[in-house]
Every structure is written in structure tokens, then in C-alpha cells.
Design a protein around this ligand. Structure first.
Ligand code: ATR
Length: 281
């Protein structure tokens, strides 16, 4: 009997622009493994069939992106502690017929900084998170793991920042984005999780003048790679890390579960994604 090659997918709506197939196919090629990774668009009115869709399509697992991360968490048979903490899943795999779920966004955020700026979390202290959506939630979780305190969540819509702060408890505080100028004083880390700066559109109305001289500034936007926020940080001689590595690193745990080998986030992979971003800009 012919052996069935393992196949995974990215589930979202839409998924046409997802770079995940490029990442996983590169790793399959590089490691000489049989298998594939496809785009699987699933409309919101079909997501309740998530497990059936994966079984029918013979998938060994999947990544999940907007707008289905919360549904994936809810629909999995079992979720690990990170997915439970975040109430959202981005990585699914089967074990003994059960659909298991985790969330690797926070892991990807940390792994990117560990790789780009070794020792970045050594001085800890105050961290400021701009935005209060799903990505912000994963990043707040990650920063708490590494001992940052307090973590301040600043958002245009204060209520969403307050909800997020309440979810995590005492170490996380909320403030309106308009107060960034004062809140940033003595911050040791600033991360943008909003779409401000994407395609160089939109600006923040604060400067990084007051942050600690050893502060790390990072952005989850990676188009352009050097956002306006990161350019300002570099001009002030602050440490900066772009957001592309988070995308690459969050993909690695799923690959290992589905295909059985630990993949490498290399300069070659980074270049493949950069070339693709360039050609689609
Ligand atoms: P994600 O899952 O990527 O975090 P999201 O849940 O849609 O995406 O969250 C987007 C975040 O970007 C929100 O914090 C949003 O602020 P609001 O809650 O006020 O909508 C923020 N955001 C988007 N556009 C923004 C803008 N022009 N200025 C400031 N914040 C913005």
C-alpha cells in the first residue's frame, strides 16, 4: 500500500496572502521530507466543521489564522495551558484521533527576540504594549513569562485594554493610547501590536524620548521591515527587532509536531519571505 504523505494546512478567511506555505514548504525541502502544506480557506459559517474538514482532507494538523483562532480553541478536543490562557489557538494536530491545540504566537515573539537580541529580557522592568487585540494578548502573556512588570497595555479603545488587563490580573495595567507620551517614561520594552505603520501608513503621536536608554523596541508589523517606530528607535540608538522573526518562529512548533523534525529559522528562510514580500508589495 502506498504510504500517505503527511499534509498540513493554514486555515483562515481569507488565506490567499498567508506566507505559511512558503515557510513550511521551505523546511520540507531543506530537510528532504515528504509532505505538503496547503492553504485551506474556511468561511465563518463552516468553521464549526473544523475537525471534520481536517479528517476529510487527511490533514495531520493545521495552523489557524484570522478570524478563526478563538473558534479553533473552542472546537479542539483538548487545548494546552497556553491556548487556555489565551482563549485562542493557532496550531492544531491529531493525537490518537483527538484534535489538540496550542498557541505559539507568544513563543514566536519570545524566540524572535531571543535570537535577534540575546539577553533582551535581562533588565526586565516596565513593558509597554501598544494595542489590545489577539496578538497583544499573546505578547502580554509572553512578557509576563519573562518577568516584565508592570506590563502596560495602551489602546485606542480603552475598554479593550482594560478587559485584557483584567484577564491577566495585578501585573497588567491599562491606559488610553493618547497617554503613551507619559506612560513610556522609563519603559524597558515597547512593542507595537497595532496595524499602525503597516505599509508606512499611520503614525503614533508620541516619541520614544523618555524610554530607558537600554530599551528594546519591537513591532509585529513587518511590511516594511523597518517601520517608522523602529526607524525612530534606531535613530535614538535603542535596540530594535523587526517582526518577521515572530512569524517564522511561531511556525516551528507546528512543523515539528506534523513532520517530526525541528526546523531551522535561518537567514535563507528570512530572505525567501522578504523576496516574496517585495514581489507582492
Ligand atoms: P490582532 O489579532 O492582530 O491583534 P485585532 O484583534 O484586530 O488584530 O487588533 C488590532 C489592534 O490594533 C487593536 O488594538 C486596535 O485598536 P482598537 O481596539 O481601538 O480598534 C489597533 N488599531 C488598529 N488600527 C489602529 C489605529 N489606526 N490607531 C491605533 N490603534 C489601531
Amino acid at each position: 500500500m502506498a504510504e500517505v504523505e503527511p499534509k498540513a494546512a493554514i486555515i483562515g478567511w481569507p488565506v490567499d496572502h498567508s506566507r505559511s506555505p512558503l515557510i513550511h514548504r521551505h523546511w520540507l525541502r531543506e530537510l528532504g521530507l515528504k509532505g505538503d502544506y496547503e492553504r485551506l480557506p474556511v468561511a465563518p459559517d463552516q468553521i464549526n466543521r473544523l475537525k471534520a474538514l481536517l479528517v476529510e482532507g487527511n490533514y495531520v494538523g493545521a495552523n489557524v489564522t484570522i478570524p478563526h483562532k478563538e473558534a479553533a480553541f473552542r472546537l479542539a478536543d483538548r487545548a494546552d495551558s497556553v491556548a487556555r490562557e489565551l482563549g485562542a489557538a493557532n496550531t492544531l494536530w491529531f493525537e490518537d484521533g483527538q484534535l489538540l491545540a496550542t498557541n505559539t504566537d507568544g513563543f514566536g515573539f519570545l524566540a524572535n527576540l531571543d535570537e535577534r537580541l540575546p539577553g533582551w529580557d535581562r533588565n526586565g522592568g516596565k513593558a509597554v504594549v501598544l494595542g489590545a487585540g489577539g496578538a497583544a494578548r499573546a505578547i502580554v502573556w509572553a512578557l509576563l513569562q519573562r518577568g516584565f512588570a508592570p506590563v502596560l497595555v495602551l489602546n485606542r479603545t480603552l475598554e479593550k485594554a482594560e478587559n485584557l488587563a483584567r484577564h491577566f490580573g495585578a501585573g497588567v495595567l491599562a491606559a488610553p493610547l493618547s497617554q503613551a507620551g507619559t506612560v513610556l517614561k522609563d519603559a524597558g520594552l515597547v512593542v507595537n501590536t497595532t496595524s499602525v505603520g503597516m505599509h508606512d501608513e499611520g503614525t503614533f503621536d508620541f516619541t520614544l524620548e523618555q524610554v530607558r536608554p537600554d530599551a528594546v523596541i519591537t513591532d509585529i508589523v513587518y511590511t516594511p521591515l523597518r517601520t517608522r517606530l523602529l526607524r525612530e528607535a534606531a535613530e535614538r540608538n535603542l535596540r530594535v527587532a523587526d517582526g518577521l522573526g515572530m512569524l517564522l518562529h511561531q511556525a516551528a512548533p507546528g512543523f515539528e509536531k506534523w513532520f517530526g523534525r525541528k526546523p531551522l529559522v535561518s537567514a535563507a528562510l528570512r530572505q525567501i519571505i522578504l523576496d516574496d514580500l517585495g514581489s507582492s508589495a
